[in-house]
Design a protein around this ligand. Structure first.
Ligand code: SF4
Length: 109
């Protein structure tokens, strides 16, 4: 019985240490993400920038070739802006994007 308790204690301690190691490893990623306030002040991503061209980002999804009808940044899982906002962050870009835009991740193959 005490052996089982001791083993359970080791397992939970191991589990705790694994979670701690994961949290420590992800801390730099979390720290590099701009805060919501900073992101709100960031300029809009230019469609002519290298980052935007790499994923064929356009500010007007209706003009995008290959985009599934109705697909926009505003309804993308990677969009971080508030519903109805004029601009918001995207998890793949450091600044703000137009919620009416779209990029390669929303285009059909
Ligand atoms: S990942 Fe989503 S939110 Fe970001 S630019 Fe592409 S479509 Fe827009």
């Amino acid at each position: 019985m005490s052996r089982d308790v001791s083993r359970a204690g080791r397992l939970s301690r191991r589990h705790l240490l694994k979670r701690l190691a994961l949290a420590v490893s992800l801390a730099p990623v979390a720290a590099s993400r701009p805060s919501a306030v900073l992101a709100a002040e960031a300029p809009l991503l230019s469609p002519g920038s290298k980052e935007a061209q790499a994923v064929k980002y356009v500010e007007d999804a209706t003009q995008a070739q290959g985009a599934a009808p109705g697909s926009t940044c505003a309804n993308c899982a990677l969009y971080e802006g508030a519903s109805g906002s004029a601009a918001g962050g995207c998890q793949i870009f450091p600044g703000n994007i137009d919620p009416g835009g779209v990029s390669d991740c929303r285009r059909t193959p």
